[in-house]
Structures are given as structure tokens and as C-alpha cells.
Design a protein around this ligand. Structure first.
Ligand SMILES: *Cc1c(COP(=O)(O)O)cnc(C)c1O
Length: 400
């Protein structure tokens, strides 16, 4: 199908719930993608943070093909070798004490399971989350997601969530903890604009949460799997979550969500209380096992740290040549470039020139490139970004 037809059909029949960029993608390899006309793009969007091991990694392709020929669905009421092999690989990297897993199909579902476990285990009902948090858009996940734009049309939510300032242990300490089952936090806020917590924040959060008799849920859906330079972003601060969620890149683009919990917390959910037809299916399990093996064998967390530093250094250098960049911040390959203007013109001009990026809010360009990104990918991507920023700056100067 040609690009015009693809766009026409999608626009006619899909709900208009996504902010579209007019690119029709057809294939990908590593940190590059191509549209239906064969035009190449450097992928700093990284499949919305999903392409941790890059697009079409040969090992992931092989795992999917092999499993597709054997069995793609095996309900959780039956045992499956592919699922067990995934779990074994997962437990090699699971944070200390998180030995129980619930397998689902998306980040939001991983969060749903976390919230249900927390309520059942503590017998309490409310949650505390952070201002500018993002945990997904299903009703439960939405109840702990901050943005009024996402929430307001769909409330009320069954029990109130209190939102506190991200990064402030003082504010959390002052919050009303009555009937609070859990505090849920991202280790680095992603959708919220790549916001990093102060270094001692999570240690203090852990102490406060446990002193108040609540659980700590850490949502690693975006920051996890090596992106920030450690397997799990919260490991930068030596904190130990009671429940942790994983999603996005875990199965290399095949839908999968994982909720990990301490044994006694996970065990509170009894037979029938939480299930999903597709959860832990053999296909996503096979892809997930391949991804975890690649992360281990190719030492991707270390690579993310190294390449992230390079990309950040280059971006900081660029920020000295232009007034358009207010700040460059991030951890590993989770990077935000805050502009002094709205991001649209720069983002769209970069797309035109062959670079895909994400954004947050009004003025942050968000980069979540594959962890296998090369020096050449970074160089090519930055050349485009730099051109687009300088072009925008010139345009603004002319207007003044
Ligand atoms: C993307 C994201 C989610 C939701 O994942 P979906 O797969 O889109 O449902 C939840 N939490 C965080 C931190 C995310 O970045």
C-alpha cells in the first residue's frame, strides 16, 4: 500500500487518540527505520522506548520464528517450556527479593496488577503518586497518572490518589497516609519530561513508606532494562521496591508486561483473582527470553551508560552554540533536551531530514534510542538535530 492510502485508511477507521506524525514506517534495523518509500530515519524515538535491543535483532527474530512454529498460545492454566525459560532468565536479573512474577501484555496491565496486589496485601485502599507521573491509561493505571488532561474526562476514580511533588521526600512525609496501600513512583520520570530525583530521594522514600506501613511500587516500564546504565534505574540509589513493573522493551516489541513482587505480597492474589488470556504466552516469552539474553551478553546497561554519556556530552556542546536549548538532562540513554520554545518545529523539521524523536509536555525533546546505538547513528542523528535547531533559531531571529 502506498503512503497516501495507508494514511487515508488509518485516518478513516482508527480513533484519533494518537498525535500523529505523517511518517508511514515499514521496516527497521538496529537504530534505523525506513518508511514505505524507502526513506531512512535515525531512530532516537526507539519505538517509543521499546527497541531496547534495536529493531529486528537477529536473535529476537530467530526466537519469534522458532516459537511461532511450535506454539503461540498456552493459557496460564497449563504449563509451558518457553514461559519457564523466560522466567529463569528474568530471575537472573530481578531485584533482590522480587521472586514472584505476574505476566501480562502491557505496561498499564503491569501497573494494574501492582495496584491490586498492594490493596489485597495491605487491606488499604488509597495510593500516593507523584505530580507529572505516568503509569498508563487503563482505569486503574490512570487513577495514579497525574495529567488532568488524561484523567478529568474519565473520573471519578474509585478512591482518591494523592499526588505529591516528585523528588521531595519532605512533601511525601507530610502526606496523609491514612488508608494508603502503596506509593507508586517512576525512578526517572519519562512522560513527565525526563525528571531525575535528587540522589538521596529514593532511600528516604523507602524509609518513609515503610514507616507508614505502605508498600513501595517502582514503575520501571520506561527506565528499566538497562536504559539508564543499570539494569533497573532504581538501582542507582540502592533502594529496594516491594513491587516493580516492567514493560515496553521487555519482549522486543511483542506485547508483554511483567509485575514482580516479594513472595508474600504476590502470594496474596489467589486462584482466579487476577488472570489474562494472553499473559505469559509462549511467543512473548520466547521474545522476552531473547531480549534478556541479549541485554546480558551484549552488556547493554554498560553500553547505555557509555553511549548516553557521549550523546549527552555532544548535546551539551550543541547547547553552547544555541540559545534555543535551555537544558540537557538525563541518565544513560534516557535524555531530555528542554528547549526555550515549543518543540514542534524542531521535531517536524528533524523528521523531514530523517530523524525521529519523542517529546514531553510543550518544550522537551525526549530521546529513548536503542541501547545498541552506534557512534555513527549518534553522529548522524545529532547532525540533523543540530541543523533543525539552528534553522529554528534563525527563523526566530528574523521574526524579532
Ligand atoms: C509507557 C509507560 C506505561 C504504560 O505502558 P503501556 O504499555 O503503554 O500501557 C506505564 N508506566 C510508564 C513509566 C511508562 O513509561
Amino acid at each position: 500500500m502506498n503512503a497516501g492510502n495507508v494514511i487515508r485508511v488509518e485516518d478513516e477507521h482508527l480513533l484519533h487518540t494518537y498525535q500523529k506524525i505523517g511518517v508511514v514506517l515499514h521496516r527497521g534495523k538496529g537504530a534505523r527505520v525506513w518508511d514505505v518509500n524507502g526513506k531512512e530515519y535515525v531512530d532516537f524515538m526507539g519505538g517509543y522506548g521499546v527497541a531496547i535491543v534495536g529493531h529486528s535483532h537477529p536473535k529476537v527474530i530467530e526466537a519469534i520464528k522458532e516459537q511461532a512454529e511450535l506454539l503461540t498460545i498456552c493459557h496460564g492454566s497449563l504449563y509451558n517450556d518457553s514461559r519457564a525459560a523466560f522466567l529463569e532468565e528474568l530471575m537472573k536479573v530481578a531485584p533482590k527479593g522480587l521472586t514472584k512474577a505476574y505476566l501480562s501484555n502491557s505496561g498499564a496491565e503491569a501497573v494494574e496488577a501492582a495496584l491490586k496486589m498492594a490493596r489485597k496485601y495491605t487491606g488499604k485502599k488509597r495510593f500516593i503518586a507523584a505530580i507529572n507521573s505516568y503509569h498508563g491509561k487503563t482505569m486503574g493505571a490512570l487513577s495514579v497518572t497525574y495529567s488532568p488532561k488524561y484523567r478529568t474526562p474519565f473520573g471519578p476514580f474509585p478512591y482518591g490518589t494523592t499526588f505529591v511533588k516528585y523528588g521531595s521526600a519532605e512533601e511525601l512525609e507530610k502526606a496523609d497516609f491514612s488508608d494508603v496501600a502503596a506509593v507508586i513512583l517512576e525512578p526517572v520520570q519519562g512522560e513527565g519530561g525526563i525528571k531525575l530525583p535528587p540522589p538521596d530521594y529514593f532511600k528516604r522514600v523507602e524509609e518513609i513508606v515503610h514507616a507508614k506501613g505502605a508498600l513501595l511500587i517502582i514503575d520501571e516500564v520506561q527506565a528499566g532494562l538497562g536504559r539508564t546504565g543499570k539494569m533497573w534505574a532504581h538501582q542507582h540509589w540502592g533502594v529496594e521496591p516491594d513491587i516493580m513493573t516492567i514493560g515496553k522493551g521487555i519482549a522486543g516489541g511483542v506485547p508483554m508486561g511483567v509485575t514482580l513482587a516479594r513472595q508474600e505480597i504476590g502470594d496474596t492474589l489467589k486462584v482466579g483473582e487476577h488472570t489474562s488470556t494472553f499473559g505469559g504466552n509462549p511467543l512473548s516469552s520466547a521474545a522476552g527470553r531473547a531480549v534478556l539474553e541479549i541485554i546480558r551478553e551484549e552488556r547493554l546497561p554498560e553500553r547505555a551508560e557509555r553511549m548516553g554519556k557521549k550523546l549527552m556530552d555532544d548535546l551539551k556542546e550543541l547547547s553552547e552554540e544555541t540559545r534555543l536549548i535551555r537544558e540537557v538532562r538525563g541518565l544513560g540513554l534516557m535524555i531530555g533536551v528542554e528547549l526555550r520554545v515549543r518543540f514542534q518545529n524542531v521535531l517536524l523539521d528533524s523528521v523531514e531530514k530523517g530523524l525521529l524523536m519523542l517529546y514531553s509536555g510543550r518544550n522537551v525533546l525526549r530521546l529513548l534510542p536503542p541501547l545498541i546505538i552506534s557512534d555513527k547513528d549518534i553522529k548522524d542523528g545529532l547532525e540533523i538535530l543540530s541543523d533543525s535547531i539552528i534553522k529554528e533559531e534563525k527563523k526566530l531571529r528574523i521574526k524579532q
